[in-house]
Write a protein that binds this ligand. Structure first.
Ligand SMILES: C[S@@+](CC[C@H](N)C(=O)[O-])C[C@H]1O[C@@H](n2cnc3c(N)ncnc32)[C@H](O)[C@@H]1O
Length: 260
């Protein structure tokens, strides 16, 4: 990874939302945290409070207007990597607020640095497990869109638990998105894309918008939405994408098509 310019925590603070946590020493902070989630991805995966502690520490869901200082619509990206999608989107759409969740600290800080050096007012980053943030901190109906681009496939069966896109995650995304809002997904892994679409299609809370999926694809050879999209293109790998509209249908947790 190219070394970003180093900014201090204080300089980055306006671009960072920290998961509220309780406790004072490393040993007592996250007694119930799922070790699979915490340590699966890398040694610098962001630690998370347990659900119980998080709820105890923060009874209030995120107040978007307070966080961004305005009442503009909010879109969430799950697994931002180095933050290219939010860089482009937040620049192109200054009247929308963007909230990126990335579980690996060095990527989150890399992305936050990109936004900080451009002094971008409409983007924030969180270092956390997006599944937990959507479940425990994002208020219902509060966001206009959730973007999930090139989520890690976790090929091995025993690593399935680490997948971001599960029936529970899709239900939490549905709860977060206001009716009329969008869920946008893309992957270069056909099997994983099939899994995601099978989950979402079984949910009455979403309706497919095939007309918009093409529009979400980059229109030029350099107009990549994300770094992984660029990699897929360079390798000649096909990319699958879909866009869903949040209906007024009920939120359901559908059976996992992956079988577990
Ligand atoms: C394959 S990369 C794709 C990055 C970016 N979306 C792109 O298309 O270039 C998947 C990213 O999701 C992050 N990630 C994996 N599990 C996550 C989770 N539970 N919550 C938040 N981010 C996660 C990984 O650390 C990684 O940066």
């Amino acid at each position: 990874m190219r070394k970003p310019r180093r900014l201090s925590n204080e300089q980055l603070a306006p671009w960072v939302w920290e998961v509220p946590r309780v406790g004072t020493s490393a040993g007592d902070r996250w007694p119930d945290a799922d070790p699979e989630t915490l340590h699966a991805l890398s040694s610098d995966a962001c630690p998370l409070p347990s659900v119980r502690e998080a709820v105890r520490a923060v009874p209030e869901p995120i107040d978007w207007a307070k966080l961004f200082g305005n009442p503009n619509p909010v879109e969430i990206e799950v697994g931002t990597g180095k933050g290219l999608f939010l860089l482009h989107s937040a620049t192109a759409r200054p009247d929308t607020n963007f909230f990126g969740i990335e579980i690996v600290r060095k990527y989150q800080l890399y992305a936050a640095t990109r936004y900080a050096i451009r002094n971008m007012p409409n983007v924030k980053t969180a270092c956390a497990d997006a599944k937990v943030v959507l479940r425990d901190f994002v208020p219902p109906g509060g966001v206009a869109a959730v973007h999930v681009y090139f989520p890690d496939p976790w090929w091995k069966k025993r690593h399935r638990k680490r997948r971001v896109f599960t029936p529970e995650f899709a239900a939490d995304a549905a709860r977060a998105i206001a009716p009329g809002g969008r869920l946008l997904i893309a992957s270069d892994v056909e099997e994983y894309f099939g899994l995601m679409t099978a989950i979402v299609r079984a949910m009455p809370a979403f309706g497919e918008r095939p007309d918009e999926a093409g529009r979400a694809a980059p229109q030029t050879d350099t107009g990549y939405a994300t770094n992984f999209e660029r990699k897929a293109r360079a390798a000649g790998t096909p990319v699958w994408r879909a866009v869903y509209e949040r209906t007024t249908g009920p939120v359901t947790v559908v059976p996992d098509p992956a079988g577990e």
